[in-house]
Design a protein around this ligand. Structure first.
Ligand code: DOR
Ligand code: ZN
Ligand code: ZN
Length: 348
């Protein structure tokens, strides 16, 4: 028997929509169709595009394109680059947040020198979050910089027990540190990486079962949000000699989390906090009027590569049975998804 419940439209605080420069992987049209099919009505998109969004001119052009093409709300973060520090004050007036890459990942955006980092933490407006890609000891560096500069910091995709434990300690000291976790770090481990090879390679890489247990224990307490880090790459790229890191996640996050609700590992209230209230609070975004999603908590199905809206056309979760399915999405009074399918959408 169906068990239908209505929830707010969800916010994914961390996706890669690849425009400009990577439209063969994803674009604003396909990425936001995938978002809607996954129950997300708002996306925060990362600036590690080609070229990266590190100047006001580039950021404005990309945001304008997003505003025209996207089927749900898209807010672009600006990127921090050592050679474009002077652009930060103007970007800080417009962008929803700043993304800072302190460690190696996909694309050339990176900042490691202390003078650049200090100037960035000092120069970005207090009211707009700084989100960092920081792994291991870089998490400590990010927290230290934020504390020294008297401002908040948001740690992206925590993946290791030691990171979560350090963030919990920082918060216990009263430091304004928030963080997010990805579905792949919650539902996969290094064993899956060994099985799936490039199809489960991403940054941060998958952790151990012990890391995974720490992430689940911290969910909704030390960990504020689930954010997908939707990072599409084509099958040809993943099969190639140098497969780029990253996996798609927009269409599988909600069914995986609903399955956890079914298993009793998560409550619906906490799911809403992780995917709506907390990301909105951190980025200062209002609720969307007349916007909701409807899910069937009892529907059984199997996640699959077929019927995905993401242009990359695959998921590391293919073959996984889950209980819980998205039925309908309404954004500002308009029904955009019915029976799990995006309405008025021309599929290629
Ligand atoms: O695996 C990743 N892929 N991690 C990141 O931080 C970036 C992302 C991408 O853009 O492909
Ligand atoms: Zn990252
Ligand atoms: Zn990312």
């Amino acid at each position: 028997m169906a068990t239908i419940v209505r929830l707010p439209g969800l916010t994914d605080a961390h996706v890669h929509l690849r425009s400009p420069g990577g439209e063969h992987k994803e674009d604003f049209i396909t990425g936001t169709a995938a978002a809607l099919a996954g129950g997300f009505t708002r996306l925060l998109a990362m600036p590690n595009t080609q070229p990266p969004l590190v100047t006001l001119e580039r950021w404005l052009a990309a945001q304008e394109r997003a505003d025209h093409e996207a089927r749900c709300d898209v807010h672009l973060l600006a990127g921090a680059a050592p050679e474009h520090l002077a652009a930060l004050p103007a970007l800080g007036q417009r962008a929803v947040g700043l993304k800072l890459y302190m460690d190696e990942t996909y694309g050339p955006l990176r900042m490691t020198a202390l003078p650049h980092l200090a100037a960035t933490f000092d120069g970005w407006p207090q009211a707009r979050p700084i989100a960092v890609h920081a792994e291991g000891a870089s998490v400590a560096a990010a927290i230290g910089l934020a504390a020294a500069c008297g401002r908040a910091v948001h740690i992206c995709h925590v993946s290791r027990r030691a990171e979560v434990e350090l963030i919990a300690k920082a918060r216990a000291q009263g430091l304004p540190v928030t963080c997010e976790v990805t579905p792949h770090h919650l539902f996969l481990t290094a064993d899956d990486a060994a099985r799936l090879g490039p199809w489960a390679d991403m940054r941060p890489t998958l952790g151990s079962a012990d890391d995974q247990a720490a992430l689940w224990a911290a969910l909704g307490q030390t960990i504020d949000c689930v954010a997908t880090d939707h990072a599409p790459h084509t099958p040809a790229e993943k099969r190639g000699a140098n497969p780029p890191p990253g996996v798609p996640g927009l269409e599988t996050a909600l069914p995986l989390l609903l399955d956890a609700v079914h298993d009793g590992r998560l409550t619906l209230e906490r799911l809403v906090a992780l995917l709506d209230t907390n990301p909105r609070r951190i980025y200062g975004l209002p609720a969307q009027h007349e916007s909701w999603i409807e899910v069937d908590l009892a529907a059984r199905h199997t996640l699959a590569n077929e019927c995905l809206y993401t242009k990359c056309g695959w998921t590391p979760f293919a073959g996984r049975p889950v209980v819980g399915r998205l039925l309908r999405v309404c954004l500002r009074g308009r029904l955009l998804v019915d029976d799990g399918r995006v309405l008025d959408y021309q599929e290629e």
